[in-house]
Design a protein around this ligand. Structure first.
Ligand SMILES: Nc1nc2c(ncn2[C@@H]2O[C@H](COP(=O)(O)OP(=O)(O)O)[C@@H](O)[C@H]2O)c(=O)[nH]1
Ligand SMILES: [Mg+2]
Length: 443
Protein backbone atom coordinates (compact mmCIF):
# COMPACT_ATOMS: atom_id res chain seq x y z
CA UNK A 1 0.00 0.00 0.00
CA UNK A 2 1.09 3.52 -0.71
CA UNK A 3 -0.20 6.22 1.63
CA UNK A 4 -0.59 9.96 1.22
CA UNK A 5 -1.64 12.86 3.42
CA UNK A 6 -1.42 16.57 3.95
CA UNK A 7 1.46 16.99 6.39
CA UNK A 8 1.13 20.70 7.02
CA UNK A 9 -1.70 22.21 9.08
CA UNK A 10 -5.18 22.64 7.66
CA UNK A 11 -6.40 26.07 6.58
CA UNK A 12 -5.14 28.59 4.05
CA UNK A 13 -1.36 28.87 3.86
CA UNK A 14 1.33 29.98 1.43
CA UNK A 15 2.64 26.47 1.01
CA UNK A 16 1.15 23.10 1.88
CA UNK A 17 3.07 19.83 1.83
CA UNK A 18 1.49 16.56 0.79
CA UNK A 19 3.58 13.50 1.51
CA UNK A 20 3.39 10.13 -0.19
CA UNK A 21 5.09 6.97 1.05
CA UNK A 22 5.17 3.45 -0.33
CA UNK A 23 6.21 1.32 -3.24
CA UNK A 24 4.03 3.12 -5.78
CA UNK A 25 5.52 6.54 -5.03
CA UNK A 26 7.47 6.55 -8.27
CA UNK A 27 4.31 5.86 -10.19
CA UNK A 28 2.55 8.75 -8.43
CA UNK A 29 5.32 11.17 -9.41
CA UNK A 30 5.38 10.01 -13.01
CA UNK A 31 1.61 10.06 -13.46
CA UNK A 32 1.20 13.50 -11.91
CA UNK A 33 4.12 15.20 -13.62
CA UNK A 34 4.31 13.26 -16.90
CA UNK A 35 8.06 13.53 -16.53
CA UNK A 36 10.96 11.43 -15.39
CA UNK A 37 11.78 11.25 -11.67
CA UNK A 38 13.62 14.30 -10.37
CA UNK A 39 17.04 13.89 -8.85
CA UNK A 40 16.82 12.43 -5.33
CA UNK A 41 16.59 15.00 -2.52
CA UNK A 42 16.86 17.97 -4.90
CA UNK A 43 14.07 20.53 -4.85
CA UNK A 44 12.68 20.46 -8.37
CA UNK A 45 10.02 22.74 -9.79
CA UNK A 46 7.40 20.75 -11.67
CA UNK A 47 3.99 21.17 -13.19
CA UNK A 48 1.54 18.92 -11.35
CA UNK A 49 -1.34 17.66 -13.48
CA UNK A 50 -4.55 15.85 -12.86
CA UNK A 51 -3.99 12.17 -13.40
CA UNK A 52 -4.53 10.90 -16.97
CA UNK A 53 -5.11 14.45 -18.27
CA UNK A 54 -2.79 17.35 -18.77
CA UNK A 55 -5.02 19.70 -16.80
CA UNK A 56 -2.77 21.63 -14.48
CA UNK A 57 -3.49 21.43 -10.72
CA UNK A 58 -0.64 23.66 -9.59
CA UNK A 59 3.03 24.25 -10.06
CA UNK A 60 5.25 23.39 -7.14
CA UNK A 61 8.38 21.87 -5.70
CA UNK A 62 8.84 18.13 -5.65
CA UNK A 63 11.24 16.41 -3.31
CA UNK A 64 11.93 12.77 -4.11
CA UNK A 65 13.39 10.53 -1.40
CA UNK A 66 14.14 7.03 -2.63
CA UNK A 67 13.95 4.52 0.25
CA UNK A 68 15.53 3.63 2.55
CA UNK A 69 16.92 7.17 2.82
CA UNK A 70 13.59 8.68 3.81
CA UNK A 71 11.58 9.42 6.93
CA UNK A 72 9.55 6.21 6.67
CA UNK A 73 12.32 4.15 5.13
CA UNK A 74 10.16 3.59 2.04
CA UNK A 75 10.13 5.49 -1.24
CA UNK A 76 8.67 8.91 -0.45
CA UNK A 77 7.83 12.15 -2.19
CA UNK A 78 6.81 15.56 -0.95
CA UNK A 79 4.68 17.86 -3.05
CA UNK A 80 5.09 21.50 -1.99
CA UNK A 81 2.00 23.16 -3.39
CA UNK A 82 -0.01 26.30 -2.73
CA UNK A 83 -1.94 25.93 0.48
CA UNK A 84 -5.57 26.26 -0.54
CA UNK A 85 -8.32 23.78 0.09
CA UNK A 86 -9.01 23.45 -3.65
CA UNK A 87 -5.40 22.73 -4.62
CA UNK A 88 -4.96 20.23 -1.81
CA UNK A 89 -8.26 18.52 -2.62
CA UNK A 90 -7.41 18.26 -6.32
CA UNK A 91 -3.99 16.77 -5.58
CA UNK A 92 -5.41 14.32 -3.03
CA UNK A 93 -8.09 13.32 -5.49
CA UNK A 94 -5.55 12.64 -8.23
CA UNK A 95 -3.27 10.60 -5.98
CA UNK A 96 -6.24 8.54 -4.80
CA UNK A 97 -6.81 7.52 -8.43
CA UNK A 98 -3.42 5.83 -8.58
CA UNK A 99 -3.73 2.12 -7.91
CA UNK A 100 -2.93 0.99 -4.33
CA UNK A 101 -2.89 4.54 -2.96
CA UNK A 102 -4.96 5.49 0.04
CA UNK A 103 -5.14 8.30 2.59
CA UNK A 104 -2.79 7.76 5.53
CA UNK A 105 -4.11 7.10 9.01
CA UNK A 106 -3.19 9.35 11.91
CA UNK A 107 0.48 8.90 12.78
CA UNK A 108 1.00 6.34 10.04
CA UNK A 109 4.15 7.91 8.55
CA UNK A 110 5.81 7.83 11.95
CA UNK A 111 4.53 4.33 12.62
CA UNK A 112 6.15 3.18 9.37
CA UNK A 113 9.36 4.91 10.38
CA UNK A 114 9.31 2.88 13.60
CA UNK A 115 8.40 -0.39 11.90
CA UNK A 116 11.13 0.07 9.35
CA UNK A 117 13.69 0.65 12.09
CA UNK A 118 14.24 4.32 11.27
CA UNK A 119 13.37 5.52 14.76
CA UNK A 120 12.71 3.93 18.13
CA UNK A 121 9.43 4.13 20.03
CA UNK A 122 10.63 6.92 22.31
CA UNK A 123 11.57 9.00 19.31
CA UNK A 124 8.21 8.32 17.69
CA UNK A 125 6.49 9.49 20.86
CA UNK A 126 8.66 12.55 21.18
CA UNK A 127 7.93 13.56 17.58
CA UNK A 128 4.24 13.56 18.53
CA UNK A 129 5.08 15.58 21.65
CA UNK A 130 7.10 18.09 19.67
CA UNK A 131 4.26 18.56 17.20
CA UNK A 132 1.79 19.24 19.98
CA UNK A 133 4.14 21.28 22.21
CA UNK A 134 2.46 24.50 23.30
CA UNK A 135 5.07 25.86 25.66
CA UNK A 136 8.84 26.22 25.64
CA UNK A 137 9.36 23.70 28.40
CA UNK A 138 7.33 21.08 26.49
CA UNK A 139 9.40 21.74 23.39
CA UNK A 140 12.65 21.36 25.34
CA UNK A 141 11.54 18.07 26.84
CA UNK A 142 10.40 16.65 23.50
CA UNK A 143 13.61 17.62 21.70
CA UNK A 144 15.77 16.07 24.43
CA UNK A 145 14.01 12.75 23.98
CA UNK A 146 14.10 13.06 20.21
CA UNK A 147 17.85 13.36 20.47
CA UNK A 148 17.96 10.00 22.16
CA UNK A 149 18.68 11.13 25.71
CA UNK A 150 16.33 8.69 27.38
CA UNK A 151 16.67 5.93 24.78
CA UNK A 152 20.42 5.85 25.49
CA UNK A 153 19.78 5.45 29.18
CA UNK A 154 17.14 2.71 28.81
CA UNK A 155 19.25 0.91 26.24
CA UNK A 156 22.32 0.95 28.42
CA UNK A 157 20.38 -0.49 31.36
CA UNK A 158 18.89 -3.11 29.09
CA UNK A 159 22.29 -4.07 27.70
CA UNK A 160 23.55 -4.61 31.23
CA UNK A 161 20.68 -7.01 31.83
CA UNK A 162 21.25 -8.75 28.50
CA UNK A 163 24.81 -9.34 29.47
CA UNK A 164 24.00 -11.00 32.78
CA UNK A 165 21.15 -12.88 31.16
CA UNK A 166 23.61 -14.35 28.70
CA UNK A 167 25.71 -15.57 31.62
CA UNK A 168 22.74 -17.15 33.35
CA UNK A 169 21.54 -18.76 30.12
CA UNK A 170 24.95 -20.10 29.40
CA UNK A 171 24.92 -21.86 32.72
CA UNK A 172 21.53 -23.40 31.89
CA UNK A 173 22.53 -24.48 28.41
CA UNK A 174 25.90 -25.80 29.43
CA UNK A 175 25.46 -26.91 33.04
CA UNK A 176 28.64 -28.91 33.08
CA UNK A 177 30.83 -26.03 32.13
CA UNK A 178 32.34 -24.21 35.04
CA UNK A 179 31.79 -20.54 34.88
CA UNK A 180 34.34 -18.38 36.61
CA UNK A 181 33.36 -17.56 40.21
CA UNK A 182 33.67 -13.83 39.71
CA UNK A 183 30.95 -13.95 37.01
CA UNK A 184 28.39 -14.88 39.69
CA UNK A 185 29.43 -11.98 41.84
CA UNK A 186 29.26 -9.74 38.85
CA UNK A 187 25.72 -10.82 38.01
CA UNK A 188 24.53 -9.70 41.43
CA UNK A 189 26.43 -6.49 41.26
CA UNK A 190 25.01 -5.55 37.88
CA UNK A 191 21.40 -6.45 38.67
CA UNK A 192 21.67 -4.41 41.83
CA UNK A 193 23.05 -1.47 39.92
CA UNK A 194 20.17 -1.64 37.44
CA UNK A 195 17.65 -1.83 40.30
CA UNK A 196 19.09 1.32 41.85
CA UNK A 197 19.05 3.09 38.50
CA UNK A 198 15.41 2.21 37.84
CA UNK A 199 14.41 3.30 41.34
CA UNK A 200 16.10 6.62 40.76
CA UNK A 201 14.34 7.12 37.43
CA UNK A 202 10.97 6.28 39.01
CA UNK A 203 11.53 8.76 41.83
CA UNK A 204 10.91 11.78 39.60
CA UNK A 205 7.84 13.39 41.18
CA UNK A 206 6.22 12.82 37.77
CA UNK A 207 7.71 16.03 36.42
CA UNK A 208 8.11 14.67 32.90
CA UNK A 209 4.48 13.62 32.68
CA UNK A 210 3.39 16.93 34.15
CA UNK A 211 5.37 18.83 31.54
CA UNK A 212 3.80 16.80 28.76
CA UNK A 213 0.23 16.80 30.05
CA UNK A 214 0.19 20.12 31.90
CA UNK A 215 0.01 21.08 35.55
CA UNK A 216 -3.52 20.25 36.68
CA UNK A 217 -5.51 22.86 38.57
CA UNK A 218 -9.01 21.97 39.76
CA UNK A 219 -11.44 24.70 40.78
CA UNK A 220 -13.66 23.29 43.48
CA UNK A 221 -16.28 24.85 45.73
CA UNK A 222 -19.95 25.26 46.53
CA UNK A 223 -22.44 26.25 43.84
CA UNK A 224 -22.52 29.91 42.87
CA UNK A 225 -19.21 30.81 44.51
CA UNK A 226 -17.87 32.11 41.19
CA UNK A 227 -15.85 29.09 40.07
CA UNK A 228 -16.83 29.36 36.41
CA UNK A 229 -16.26 33.12 36.52
CA UNK A 230 -12.74 32.48 37.82
CA UNK A 231 -11.98 29.94 35.09
CA UNK A 232 -13.14 32.42 32.47
CA UNK A 233 -11.01 35.13 34.00
CA UNK A 234 -7.91 32.92 34.07
CA UNK A 235 -8.39 31.75 30.52
CA UNK A 236 -9.47 35.15 29.21
CA UNK A 237 -12.44 33.73 27.42
CA UNK A 238 -15.94 32.54 28.14
CA UNK A 239 -15.18 28.84 28.32
CA UNK A 240 -17.66 28.05 31.06
CA UNK A 241 -21.24 29.23 31.46
CA UNK A 242 -21.59 31.71 34.29
CA UNK A 243 -25.00 32.04 35.84
CA UNK A 244 -26.68 32.96 39.09
CA UNK A 245 -28.64 29.73 38.77
CA UNK A 246 -26.94 27.31 41.12
CA UNK A 247 -25.86 24.01 39.63
CA UNK A 248 -25.20 25.30 36.11
CA UNK A 249 -21.83 23.62 35.67
CA UNK A 250 -22.17 19.86 35.70
CA UNK A 251 -19.55 18.55 33.37
CA UNK A 252 -15.91 19.26 33.96
CA UNK A 253 -14.73 22.06 31.68
CA UNK A 254 -11.03 22.21 30.91
CA UNK A 255 -8.95 24.97 29.42
CA UNK A 256 -5.27 24.89 28.57
CA UNK A 257 -3.18 27.84 29.67
CA UNK A 258 0.42 28.86 29.40
CA UNK A 259 1.48 30.47 32.68
CA UNK A 260 5.04 31.81 32.49
CA UNK A 261 5.90 29.10 29.98
CA UNK A 262 4.44 26.31 32.10
CA UNK A 263 1.63 24.25 30.57
CA UNK A 264 -1.44 24.31 32.78
CA UNK A 265 -4.83 22.64 32.49
CA UNK A 266 -7.54 24.29 34.57
CA UNK A 267 -10.75 22.36 35.25
CA UNK A 268 -13.96 24.02 36.31
CA UNK A 269 -16.23 21.63 38.14
CA UNK A 270 -19.76 21.25 39.42
CA UNK A 271 -20.51 23.01 42.70
CA UNK A 272 -20.40 20.82 45.75
CA UNK A 273 -23.78 20.63 47.47
CA UNK A 274 -26.32 18.06 48.56
CA UNK A 275 -28.21 17.37 45.40
CA UNK A 276 -31.08 15.06 44.61
CA UNK A 277 -30.55 15.44 40.90
CA UNK A 278 -28.81 12.35 39.50
CA UNK A 279 -26.91 14.20 36.79
CA UNK A 280 -25.76 16.84 39.21
CA UNK A 281 -24.67 14.15 41.65
CA UNK A 282 -22.53 12.59 38.91
CA UNK A 283 -21.05 16.02 38.25
CA UNK A 284 -20.18 16.38 41.93
CA UNK A 285 -18.52 12.97 41.91
CA UNK A 286 -16.45 14.04 38.88
CA UNK A 287 -15.52 17.26 40.70
CA UNK A 288 -14.19 15.36 43.68
CA UNK A 289 -12.25 12.98 41.41
CA UNK A 290 -10.68 15.99 39.70
CA UNK A 291 -9.72 17.39 43.07
CA UNK A 292 -8.04 14.09 43.97
CA UNK A 293 -5.98 14.03 40.80
CA UNK A 294 -5.10 17.70 40.69
CA UNK A 295 -1.65 19.13 41.32
CA UNK A 296 -3.34 22.18 42.80
CA UNK A 297 -6.87 22.80 44.07
CA UNK A 298 -8.40 26.25 44.11
CA UNK A 299 -11.12 26.00 46.72
CA UNK A 300 -13.46 28.86 45.92
CA UNK A 301 -16.08 30.03 48.40
CA UNK A 302 -18.43 33.00 48.57
CA UNK A 303 -17.37 35.73 51.01
CA UNK A 304 -20.93 36.64 51.84
CA UNK A 305 -22.26 33.22 52.60
CA UNK A 306 -19.29 31.25 53.76
CA UNK A 307 -19.82 27.56 53.14
CA UNK A 308 -16.62 25.83 54.14
CA UNK A 309 -17.21 22.52 55.80
CA UNK A 310 -17.33 18.77 55.18
CA UNK A 311 -15.58 17.53 52.02
CA UNK A 312 -14.39 20.99 51.08
CA UNK A 313 -12.59 21.47 54.35
CA UNK A 314 -11.07 18.01 54.01
CA UNK A 315 -9.64 18.97 50.63
CA UNK A 316 -7.50 21.71 52.19
CA UNK A 317 -3.87 20.62 52.19
CA UNK A 318 -0.52 21.94 51.01
CA UNK A 319 -1.70 21.55 47.42
CA UNK A 320 -4.73 23.78 47.90
CA UNK A 321 -5.36 27.52 47.95
CA UNK A 322 -8.45 28.83 49.71
CA UNK A 323 -9.97 31.52 47.51
CA UNK A 324 -12.69 33.74 48.98
CA UNK A 325 -14.56 35.40 46.14
CA UNK A 326 -17.08 38.25 45.90
CA UNK A 327 -15.13 40.53 48.23
CA UNK A 328 -17.08 43.38 46.59
CA UNK A 329 -20.19 42.24 48.45
CA UNK A 330 -18.48 42.10 51.81
CA UNK A 331 -19.74 44.90 54.09
CA UNK A 332 -17.86 43.93 57.21
CA UNK A 333 -14.85 41.83 58.14
CA UNK A 334 -14.64 38.15 57.25
CA UNK A 335 -15.76 35.94 60.08
CA UNK A 336 -12.93 35.09 62.40
CA UNK A 337 -12.98 31.34 61.89
CA UNK A 338 -12.29 31.59 58.17
CA UNK A 339 -9.69 34.30 58.73
CA UNK A 340 -7.54 31.74 60.49
CA UNK A 341 -7.05 29.87 57.25
CA UNK A 342 -4.48 31.14 54.83
CA UNK A 343 -6.58 32.56 52.01
CA UNK A 344 -6.79 35.01 49.13
CA UNK A 345 -9.70 37.42 49.14
CA UNK A 346 -10.72 38.33 45.59
CA UNK A 347 -13.53 39.70 43.50
CA UNK A 348 -13.70 38.29 40.00
CA UNK A 349 -16.46 40.74 39.20
CA UNK A 350 -14.45 43.84 40.11
CA UNK A 351 -11.08 42.33 39.22
CA UNK A 352 -9.75 42.76 42.75
CA UNK A 353 -6.65 41.00 44.04
CA UNK A 354 -6.53 38.49 41.21
CA UNK A 355 -2.82 39.21 40.61
CA UNK A 356 -2.18 38.04 44.14
CA UNK A 357 -3.97 34.78 43.41
CA UNK A 358 -2.08 34.29 40.14
CA UNK A 359 1.20 34.90 41.95
CA UNK A 360 0.33 32.25 44.52
CA UNK A 361 -0.54 29.83 41.72
CA UNK A 362 2.81 30.52 40.04
CA UNK A 363 4.69 29.79 43.24
CA UNK A 364 2.97 26.45 43.68
CA UNK A 365 3.59 25.69 40.04
CA UNK A 366 7.31 26.37 40.10
CA UNK A 367 7.78 24.01 43.00
CA UNK A 368 6.26 21.20 40.98
CA UNK A 369 8.42 21.73 37.94
CA UNK A 370 11.83 21.32 39.45
CA UNK A 371 13.53 20.10 36.34
CA UNK A 372 16.57 17.91 36.50
CA UNK A 373 18.60 16.28 33.82
CA UNK A 374 17.46 12.92 35.14
CA UNK A 375 13.85 13.17 34.07
CA UNK A 376 13.22 10.29 31.69
CA UNK A 377 9.59 9.33 32.12
CA UNK A 378 7.10 11.32 30.08
CA UNK A 379 4.29 8.82 29.84
CA UNK A 380 2.49 6.41 32.12
CA UNK A 381 3.56 3.67 29.67
CA UNK A 382 7.22 4.22 30.56
CA UNK A 383 6.45 4.17 34.26
CA UNK A 384 4.54 0.91 34.00
CA UNK A 385 7.29 -0.90 32.12
CA UNK A 386 9.89 0.37 34.55
CA UNK A 387 7.83 -0.78 37.52
CA UNK A 388 7.37 -4.20 35.93
CA UNK A 389 11.03 -4.46 35.15
CA UNK A 390 11.87 -3.54 38.73
CA UNK A 391 9.50 -6.19 40.11
CA UNK A 392 11.06 -8.94 38.00
CA UNK A 393 14.52 -7.82 38.99
CA UNK A 394 13.58 -7.99 42.65
CA UNK A 395 12.28 -11.51 42.06
CA UNK A 396 15.51 -12.33 40.32
CA UNK A 397 17.55 -11.07 43.25
CA UNK A 398 15.71 -13.40 45.58
CA UNK A 399 16.56 -16.46 43.52
CA UNK A 400 20.15 -16.81 42.83
CA UNK A 401 20.68 -20.26 44.23
CA UNK A 402 21.97 -22.58 41.57
CA UNK A 403 18.85 -24.79 41.47
CA UNK A 404 16.65 -21.76 40.78
CA UNK A 405 18.53 -20.90 37.63
CA UNK A 406 15.64 -21.57 35.26
CA UNK A 407 13.28 -19.33 37.17
CA UNK A 408 15.90 -16.69 37.69
CA UNK A 409 16.57 -16.60 33.97
CA UNK A 410 12.86 -16.13 33.31
CA UNK A 411 12.65 -13.18 35.74
CA UNK A 412 15.65 -11.61 34.13
CA UNK A 413 14.25 -12.18 30.66
CA UNK A 414 11.00 -10.46 31.62
CA UNK A 415 12.79 -7.58 33.31
CA UNK A 416 14.85 -7.09 30.14
CA UNK A 417 11.79 -7.37 27.97
CA UNK A 418 9.98 -4.60 29.83
CA UNK A 419 12.96 -2.29 29.50
CA UNK A 420 13.06 -3.14 25.82
CA UNK A 421 9.40 -2.34 25.44
CA UNK A 422 9.97 1.26 26.50
CA UNK A 423 12.25 1.87 23.55
CA UNK A 424 10.38 -0.59 21.35
CA UNK A 425 13.21 -3.03 21.12
CA UNK A 426 12.46 -6.63 21.88
CA UNK A 427 14.68 -9.07 20.14
CA UNK A 428 15.87 -12.45 21.36
CA UNK A 429 18.56 -12.64 18.72
CA UNK A 430 20.53 -10.11 20.70
CA UNK A 431 20.82 -12.45 23.64
CA UNK A 432 22.41 -15.07 21.40
CA UNK A 433 24.81 -12.50 20.05
CA UNK A 434 25.74 -11.47 23.53
CA UNK A 435 26.40 -15.05 24.63
CA UNK A 436 28.87 -15.71 21.88
CA UNK A 437 30.59 -12.40 22.17
CA UNK A 438 31.29 -12.95 25.81
CA UNK A 439 32.12 -16.60 26.02
CA UNK A 440 34.16 -19.18 24.29
CA UNK A 441 32.30 -22.15 25.66
CA UNK A 442 33.75 -25.56 25.02
CA UNK A 443 37.16 -24.19 24.31
N1 LIG B 1 -20.77 40.25 43.22
C1 LIG B 1 -20.06 39.32 42.64
N2 LIG B 1 -20.64 38.37 41.91
C2 LIG B 1 -19.88 37.42 41.33
C3 LIG B 1 -18.48 37.42 41.48
N3 LIG B 1 -17.99 36.35 40.80
C4 LIG B 1 -19.07 35.72 40.25
N4 LIG B 1 -20.21 36.37 40.56
C5 LIG B 1 -21.57 36.00 40.18
O1 LIG B 1 -21.97 34.85 40.92
C6 LIG B 1 -22.85 34.06 40.14
C7 LIG B 1 -22.33 32.64 40.08
O2 LIG B 1 -21.13 32.65 39.33
P1 LIG B 1 -20.57 31.35 38.64
O3 LIG B 1 -19.22 31.70 38.11
O4 LIG B 1 -21.55 30.76 37.70
O5 LIG B 1 -20.41 30.41 39.92
P2 LIG B 1 -20.17 28.85 40.01
O6 LIG B 1 -21.45 28.20 40.25
O7 LIG B 1 -19.26 28.68 41.21
O8 LIG B 1 -19.50 28.40 38.74
C8 LIG B 1 -22.93 34.73 38.79
O9 LIG B 1 -24.11 35.49 38.74
C9 LIG B 1 -21.70 35.61 38.74
O10 LIG B 1 -21.87 36.73 37.91
C10 LIG B 1 -17.87 38.45 42.25
O11 LIG B 1 -16.66 38.55 42.44
N5 LIG B 1 -18.72 39.35 42.82
MG1 LIG C 1 -20.08 26.96 37.45
Amino acid sequence: MTIYALSTGPGISGIAIVRVSGEDTKKVIKLLTNEALPEPRVATLRKINKINTSELIDEGIILWFPGPESYTGEDMVEFHIHGSKAVIDALHHSISKVENCRLAEAGEFTKLAFQNGKINLLKAESIADLISAETEIQRQQAIKIMNGKSADKFNSLREKLLKILSHVEAKIDFPDEDLPEDIFKNIKKISNEVILNIKKILDDQKVGERIREGFKIAIIGPTNAGKSSLLNHLSNRDAAIVSEIAGTTRDVIETHLNIDGYPVVVSDTAGIRDSKNEIEKKGIKLALDKADNADLKLIVIDAKSIDFKGVLKELMDENAILVINKSDLLKEDLNSEIKNYEHVLISVKNNLNLEDLILKIKNKLKNKFIISEDILITRERHRQHLEQSLNYLKNFEEKNEAEDFDKAAEDLRLATRHLGMIVGKVDVEEILGSIFNDFCIGK
